[in-house]
Write a protein that binds this ligand. Structure first.
Ligand SMILES: *Cc1c(COP(=O)(O)O)cnc(C)c1O
Length: 372
């Protein structure tokens, strides 16, 4: 599904030099590379403040702590996401309220958000799934009308850009009050372990977020609020600072592979290609097809027989996960998310895909639909 080794080998000398520099300095926690990476992220995203932390799940939790959400507050989010989105809400004793997704774009539907708003709603948490932004024009409008906070989960969309109806454009993660991302190795900007970051234009929010990552302190051993211990290692920051310079090029390589898939897999009756929304660029964290629900596993099995890996992101919607049953949802509550969980399949997508590999994958998929 990914080729981290191939990517590393292409920039090995730069990465190895950056790592050697950190080891030589022994500034393993909050070394100068962390500050440097934060500044470079700010200019890459055109945002005032980037605050790094230990991972993307922490970023979501710290964002909601920093924005002052309190137990019982309702946060509207998508049932079709990675568990971290909902876990962070639940850990803070906030209440996740789900709104169904759009079948074509996989992201939370603004119409469904509107229906889910109650007097207890405090925030909307859209996830820019697979690398394409949610409907941020409508979500921003709803947030303004109902005085709600927006926390973006941009873990799969770093570098994606949303063009607003008014002509303004912003990068994913810089649109809401706080945006969150992850540097998990397989993300579009991945480190060699765990890492995460939060983004905001508001200086007070940024200071609060930073302080929460450091046990709620601004001055060492003086604690103004309850915080956590969540930092980006200097070694990881040094790696990310090198890799950030390649992110746009790598996202273009992914888009190139996606274009190849589009062309080679178009016109198959029983297969639906990922739809591009016109407001957002797509950085293809994943290239995700839809089959008829009963057919997905047979296609996966056929491809496995030809050594082609596939993945299902995600097989179970959040409202039907065992750990979250106590919120009282049941099967049928979010039919689109449930259908997607039965019908989506992602095929290899990364920065090192060669034409012969793309051709091999597409020929096998066509062969399946021609013969089965
Ligand atoms: C990866 C991911 C996260 C969590 O990131 P970690 O760094 O693994 O904690 C959160 N949300 C989404 C949508 C993700 O894909």
């Amino acid at each position: 599904m990914v080729d981290l080794k191939g990517q590393y080998l292409k920039i090995k000398s730069e990465i190895d030099a950056a790592l050697a520099g950190v080891i030589d300095s022994t500034a393993f926690i909050n070394g100068p590379e962390v500050a440097s990476f934060q500044r470079n992220l700010e200019s890459f995203l055109d945002v005032n403040h980037a605050v790094t932390c230990g991972n993307g799940t922490d970023a979501l939790q710290i964002a909601m702590m920093g924005l002052g959400l309190e137990p019982g507050d309702e946060v509207i989010t998508t049932p079709f996401t990675f568990i971290a989105t909902v876990e962070a809400i639940a850990l803070l004793r906030l209440k996740p309220v789900f709104a169904d997704v759009c079948r074509n774009c996989f992201n939370i539907s603004a119409a469904a958000i509107e229906e889910a708003i109650t007097p207890e709603t405090r925030a909307i948490l859209p996830v820019h799934l697979y690398g394409q932004c949610a409907d941020m024009d409508a979500i921003t409008r709803l947030a303004e009308q109902h005085d709600l906070l927006i926390i973006e989960d941009a873990a799969q969309a770093l570098g994606s850009r949303y063009g607003f109806e008014n002509g303004l454009a912003k990068k994913a993660g810089t649109i809401g009050h706080v945006g969150c991302t992850s540097f998990f190795p397989s993300k579009n900007l991945g480190c060699f372990g765990d890492g995460g970051a939060m983004f905001t234009d508001n200086p007070e929010t940024a200071e609060k977020l930073r302080s929460i990552t450091l046990h709620g302190s601004k001055v060492k051993y003086f604690h103004d609020m309850i915080g956590v211990n969540s930092r980006l290692d200097t070694l990881q920051a040094a790696i990310l600072d090198v890799k950030l310079r390649y992110l746009d090029t790598w996202n273009k390589a992914r888009a190139g592979a996606a274009g190849y898939y589009d062309a080679a897999l178009g016109g198959i009756d029983r297969l639906r290609l990922p739809k591009r929304m016109k407001q957002s660029t797509h950085i293809f964290h994943a290239y995700t097809l839809r089959t008829d629900p009963g057919e997905r596993d047979a296609l996966r099995e056929f491809l496995r027989g030809r050594d082609i890996p596939t993945m299902v992101y995600y097989p179970v919607p959040m409202h039907l996960q065992k750990a979250y049953r106590h919120y009282g949802y049941s099967e049928g509550d979010f039919p689109v998310a449930e259908e997607l969980c039965r019908s989506v399949v992602s095929i290899p997508m990364h920065t090192e895909l060669q034409e012969n590999q793309l051709d091999y994958i597409c020929s096998a998929i066509r062969e399946y639909f021609n013969t089965q």
